[in-house]
Design a protein around this ligand. Structure first.
Ligand code: NAD
Ligand code: MG
Length: 382
């Protein structure tokens, strides 16, 4: 029986994880659940999965929950860290959105927990530190992001010297095919209509700007130890091929399935085994064709901002992430326009003086600085 702590249980990944766990209760047990503040859903989950311990980031919400349930309720960032490092946790599924997941995930790694990583921002912000800690503590980080799960599966038992490049696929999001000018007045509502995936609001906007793919390039750089020059992106609107690896002999291995996050979640949970009947198999009679195109780097400059952040290295990716979190939040609140997202991020990056990213304190300080700068720019537009 694997004891699982689920960080971000009320989110899109969190809910899909609980579905997989619910169907495989002979293998997995929910030891801990955590959320920011959505008490009604968290209550339902507590009554269904009987965790021993729960962490609610929001202090007020945590106090309310304590009056309603008979389990140990923790709060704040320390509560998240405590649950992520629980001595009986075998596996921590990191599915908080954004920088908020960094410290709990890092704490779990330091305690030697196996990690299922959905929260890609953790590697964007502090990839070097996180991977060094993982190595030091012999921790396996199993990707949950569908592209990285695909690459992880394609690379199993391969000689790393035979890898030529990784090709990450991207759906292109709801605005694929539009020019920068045509994106000027798009609203949050439209950005939230992703063609293939149902996800949380922040990552859905990141998919629309292609920042999500940029983050995934950075995530792949750390997970698979390849330089960004050997990580490419191809638009594949059907989201059937989840990513590919090209080898030195010129051949490729790809991983395919219907677009359903339950597949990479289940694989991370049960690795190296596979669980039965997670997703409906592909039907090649109805599938007919798979198509590919180049990403439009002019209409979606966030992709190249991410490439330049990882090439520059040090704390620049942390700046990229922090400015993006502020800009996306402002776009969702309709304070700024869609094209303001890359402009704000670029300006904050230009102002940042490169530093090496040696400690988590340094990363957190840069994160705060970049948020302040981005907020200043948002105020000027608003
Ligand atoms: P979501 O917005 O649906 O859920 C986010 C979860 O994080 C919620 O449970 C929320 O309560 C929790 N949370 C937010 N802020 C918090 C805070 N300050 N403290 C504690 N908990 C907090 O997001 P999602 O779509 O499930 O995505 C989660 C992560 O997984 C993101 O990093 C995203 O990039 C990644 N991811 C998601 C998908 C997907 O299909 N949804 C696919 C690949 C990767
Ligand atoms: Mg992905």
């Amino acid at each position: 029986m694997k004891n699982i702590v689920l960080l971000g249980s009320t989110g899109s990944i969190g809910k899909s994880t609980l579905e997989v766990v619910g169907k495989n209760q002979d293998r997995f047990r929910i030891l801990g659940l955590s959320a920011r503040s959505n008490l009604s859903l968290l209550l339902e989950q507590i009554n269904r999965y009987f965790p021993e311990i729960v962490a609610v980031y929001d202090e007020e919400a945590a106090e309310k929950l304590k009056k309603k349930v008979n389990v140990k309720v923790l709060s704040g960032i320390n509560g998240l860290i405590e649950i992520a490092t629980h001595e009986r946790a075998d596996f921590v599924l990191s599915a908080i959105v954004g920088a908020a997941g960094l410290l709990p995930t890092l704490a779990a790694i330091k305690k030697g927990k196996t990690i299922g990583l959905a929260n890609k921002e953790v590697l964007v912000i502090a990839g070097k530190i996180v991977m060094e800690e993982a190595k030091k503590n012999a921790v396996k980080i199993i990707p949950v992001d569908s592209e990285h799960s695909a690459v992880f599966q394609c690379l199993e038992k391969r000689n790393p010297f035979e890898i030529k490049r990784i090709i990450l696929t991207a759906s292109g999001g709801p605005f694929r095919g539009r020019s920068r000018k045509e994106l000027l007045n798009v609203r949050a509502q439209e950005a939230l209509k992703h063609p293939n995936w149902k996800m949380g609001a922040k990552i859905t906007v990141d998919s629309a700007t292609l920042m999500n793919k940029g983050f995934e390039v950075i995530e792949a750089r750390w997970l698979f130890e390849l330089p960004p020059e050997r990580i490419d992106v191809v638009i594949h609107p059907e989201s059937i091929i989840h990513s590919m690896v090209e080898f030195t002999d010129g051949t490729l291995i790809a991983q395919l399935s219907r677009p359903d996050m339950k597949a990479p979640i289940a694989y991370a949970l049960s690795y190296p085994e596979r669980l039965p009947d997670i997703v409906e198999p592909l039907d090649f009679d109805t599938l007919k064709k798979l198509t590919f195109e180049k990403p439009d780097r002019d209409a979606f400059p966030c992709l190249d901002l991410a490439y330049s952040a990882i090439k520059e290295g040090g704390t620049m990716p942390a700046v990229l992430n922090a400015a993006n979190e502020i800009a996306v939040d402002a776009f969702l609140k309709e304070t700024i326009g869609f094209n303001d997202i890359p402009s704000i991020i670029e300006r904050v990056m230009q102002k940042h003086k490169k530093s090496p990213c040696n400690s988590i304190e340094e990363v957190l300080e840069v994160d705060r600085w970049a948020r302040d700068e981005a907020e200043g720019l948002v105020r000027r537009i608003a």
